[in-house]
Design a protein around this ligand. Structure first.
Ligand SMILES: [Zn+2]
Length: 141
């Protein structure tokens, strides 16, 4: 186990537990690492001491991390399934959903991005859309 002191773009400091340094790297680069206070994935390691912990809580922490990683694996699998089986319509998601609903376009599996407002509007028109676990986003915005 390694614990890193982390800080987000808004200067929230928190600790992150990782199996090893590359585990941290991969979570950081895929945007899985988010600030517990504001949720941004723009998180960096505070340049300070990292250490390995062999304390009593190690087992619990290991279990916790495993549970967390299983959840991440599951969300990655869902994302992978959708990516392979659905057409990516990107920003046009709400538009294409409506067109399919009103028969202007062929019904098919699609995915894309929609704002909360878009989703509510679709729901009001009787079109059900399912939110997906968030996937990687652009780092800087
Ligand atoms: Zn934050």
């Amino acid at each position: 186990m390694i614990v890193f002191d982390l800080v987000c773009e808004f200067d929230h400091e928190f600790e992150g537990w990782f199996k090893n340094a590359s585990d941290f790297e991969s979570q950081q680069t895929t945007g899985l690492l988010t600030c517990p206070m504001c949720g941004t994935d723009n998180v960096i390691k505070v340049p300070s001491v990292s250490h390995i912990n062999f304390g009593k809580k190690e087992k619990q922490l290991a279990e916790l991390i495993e549970i967390q990683q299983n959840a991440e694996t599951l969300s990655n699998k869902i994302t992978e399934y959708v990516t392979n089986n659905f057409e990516d319509v990107g920003e046009e998601f709400a538009e294409v959903s409506k067109k399919m609903h009103y028969g202007e376009e062929d019904e098919r599996n699609i995915f894309g991005s929609a704002t909360l407002e878009d989703a509510l509007e679709l729901h009001e028109e009787g079109i059900d859309v399912i939110p997906l676990p968030s996937t990687k986003k652009d780092k800087l915005n």
